[in-house]
Design a protein around this ligand. Structure first.
Ligand code: AMP
Length: 420
């Protein structure tokens, strides 16, 4: 038997319902904030991620699905989408569009990680990018959008964590101070962090293997921020407070991608276990420039849809099913049945036509197995009289109504039941 690829999954039944529902709420929320959708290819040239995410990150070092195509080009299944959007921005001269440019995306990403709860090899990311302005208001807007998403799903147990990782001016000073302190503790570091010490020492701050005692003993980025970064962070905090968004400062929050500057944030949930970040994001003021564009500051976040669904399941959220209308009929009323099915579908009802035939008792049994709300019954007599029988499958009540009143009847009777 051929199975799904390790770390990937099929989505059906309950899974697909929550997945579709999530995508719908996420895109509606982004649209309400004035963000429009962008769809970019799933494959990109490998160089894009090497240059943007960073050569020394876990993603580029260990996790990319990279292959050579038949033309000898090195291609990669995207491990994230911000880099693709920055590439698209430069390639299509989006700087000619009035800024800030507000974009959102939903699509699959791929990382060769050890599969576990909350970590898959194929996963979906929803994300937003606000490109073209340095204002801290934009950071706050993006965080507010993330918070609104959490509210729309009525998520409990969530927290916004906020930090600044400085800019090109102040971060090198902090890195030096950090390395000086870490040098004294080098032997205590885990094997990965021993490597990170040389390549990406900031990542040691959020390594799960290092002890709290070690982390607490290290210098804090807050003490090294330049005036500009300090003012920026204070302004973001002020705007979040104005918007009643609760947050906490977390000086060990650094994020795993190289392109961030100044603001970084995460929304975490206690319902997620070890991989507790529902979403993560921040500013990336130099990324577009590094990909050959002008200096265009930007801010955004990415959320894992599987993690959102995990929280929804933990909080026992279900998506109500839209009612099904089943049609049972006699062979000689097939034309009338098909006409009714078509009118109902045009009016946005979900219609199942029986295909196995047989007597009405059998067809009604099949209707019940499909958990339909109503069964429409059309026999020879109904066809002649231009009426139909409609049976409520819950109350078992059956009524005869003129065929041309079916839409009004259903709209009146299933009002309010058709939601998700
Ligand atoms: P990142 O792009 O690493 O900043 O991750 C942003 C968000 O994507 C995380 O907060 C997760 O919700 C989600 N995510 C990242 N990697 C995975 C993965 N391997 N499986 C599932 N979700 C992931």
């Amino acid at each position: 038997m051929i199975k799904t690829v390790k770390g990937c999954k099929d989505r059906y039944e309950k899974d697909i319902k929550l997945f579709q529902y999530s995508k719908r709420v996420l895109s509606e929320t982004a649209e309400q904030y004035g963000y429009t959708e962008i769809v970019t290819p799933i494959i990109e040239y490998t160089e894009l991620f090497q240059r943007s995410v960073g050569q020394d990150t876990d993603i580029v070092e260990k996790e990319m699905y990279t292959f050579e195509d038949k033309g000898g080009r090195s291609l990669t299944l995207r491990p994230e989408i911000t880099a693709s959007i920055a590439r698209s921005y430069v390639e299509h001269h989006f700087e000619t569009i009035p800024s800030p440019l507000r974009l959102y995306y939903i699509g699959p990403c791929f990382r060769y990680e050890k599969p576990q709860k909350g970590r898959y090899r194929e996963f979906y990311q929803f994300g937003v990018e606000a490109i073209g302005d340095i204002s801290p208001l934009l950071d706050a807007e993006v965080i507010s959008l993330a918070f609104t998403v959490a509210k729309r799903f009525s998520l409990k147990e969530i927290k916004v964590k906020l930090n600044s990782i400085g800019c090109k001016k102040c971060r090198p000073l902090y890195k030096d101070a950090l390395k000086n302190a870490l040098k004294l503790r080098y032997d205590d570091l885990c094997d990965d962090c021993k490597k990170r010490f040389y390549t990406n020492p900031l990542r040691i701050l959020d390594c799960k293997k290092e002890s709290d005692e070690l982390k607490k003993s290290l210098p804090k980025i807050a003490d090294y921020l330049c005036e500009e970064c300090k003012e920026h962070l204070d302004a973001v905090k002020k705007h979040l407070t104005l918007m009643d968004i609760p947050f906490e400062r977390d000086s060990s929050l650094v994020r795993g991608l190289d392109y961030y500057t100044k603001t970084v944030f995460e929304v975490v949930s206690t319902n997620l276990g070890a991989q507790n970040a529902l979403l993560g994001g921040g500013r990336y003021d130099y990324l577009i420039e590094e990909l050959g564009g002008r200096h265009v500051p930007a801010v955004g976040f990415a959320m894992g849809i599987e993690r959102l669904i995990t929280i929804l399941e933990a909080e026992e959220k279900t998506v109500e099913k839209r009612p099904i209308i089943y049609i049972a009929y006699q062979e000689n009323a097939l034309k009338e049945t098909m006409d009714i099915a078509s009118i109902l579908r045009d009016n946005d009802f979900i219609v199942l036509m029986d295909v196995k035939g047989g007597n009405f008792k059998k067809q009604l049994e099949r209707s019940a197995k499909q958990h339909s709300l109503y069964t429409i019954i059309i026999g020879e007599e109904e066809k002649e009289k231009r009426v139909l029988q409609i049976k409520n499958m819950e109350t078992k009540e059956q009524k005869e109504i003129p065929s041309d009143q079916i839409i009004t009847f259903l709209k009146d009777h299933i009002k309010g039941e058709k939601n998700a």
